[in-house]
Design a protein around this ligand. Structure first.
Ligand code: PNS
Length: 164
């Protein structure tokens, strides 16, 4: 069974990685899919995010990282994926996730959304908060992989110093 784990991953956090590990144990193939979204201005380009994710999934033969444009259901059809994997942390995620899952089901009733919980350590971790903490000079050890932290500090730490 092929599953897609779609998202922005701007940047990848340890919560995302935990979900990738869990998904890779259940599905035969897991495609981590970064959305190419022209409406958002991301901190990292899609190419940078692909690189960061690929660095972190080394040694997981059934996981691959790709990017996609357009509707998720169309991309799922193209990959012959039967499942969309999404992480649900706190109740606050549920409304948004349910709306997306329902919409995707309207668009393609054969595509099933599966929700998984990340490990206990990550329920309140988000890319947005991680970006904010780094830009304000705070510590994020344990929240993102070390290679991602280095890139975050290089990008946001530099802009913070420039603002001083
Ligand atoms: O990490 P995010 O930003 O919460 O991920 C959102 C994502 C990429 C899963 C969602 O925006 C998506 O699937 N976009 C593709 C366009 C699409 O299919 N839109 C309709 C979904 S209901």
């Amino acid at each position: 069974m092929i599953a897609i784990y779609p998202g922005s991953f701007d940047p990848l956090t340890n919560g995302h990685l935990n979900l990738i590990e869990r998904g890779a144990r259940i599905f035969d193939e897991l495609v981590v899919a970064i959305l190419r979204n022209s409406e958002k201005t991301p901190l990292f380009s899609v190419e940078e995010r692909l690189e960061m994710l690929r660095e972190c999934i080394v040694g997981r033969p059934n996981v691959r990282v790709e990017s996609f444009e357009g509707l998720l259901v169309d991309y799922a059809r193209q990959l012959k994926a039967q499942v969309v994997l999404r992480g649900v942390r706190a109740v606050s995620d549920y409304e948004y996730e349910l709306q997306m899952a329902w919409m995707n089901r309207q668009l393609d009733s054969t595509l099933e959304t599966v929700f998984m919980m990340p490990a206990g350590a990550y329920p309140y971790l988000s890319s947005k908060l991680v970006r904010e903490i780094v830009s304000l000079g705070g510590a994020i050890s344990g929240m993102v992989p070390p290679s991602v932290e280095v890139r975050l500090r290089a990008r946001l730490g530099a802009s913070r110093l420039a603002q001083k």
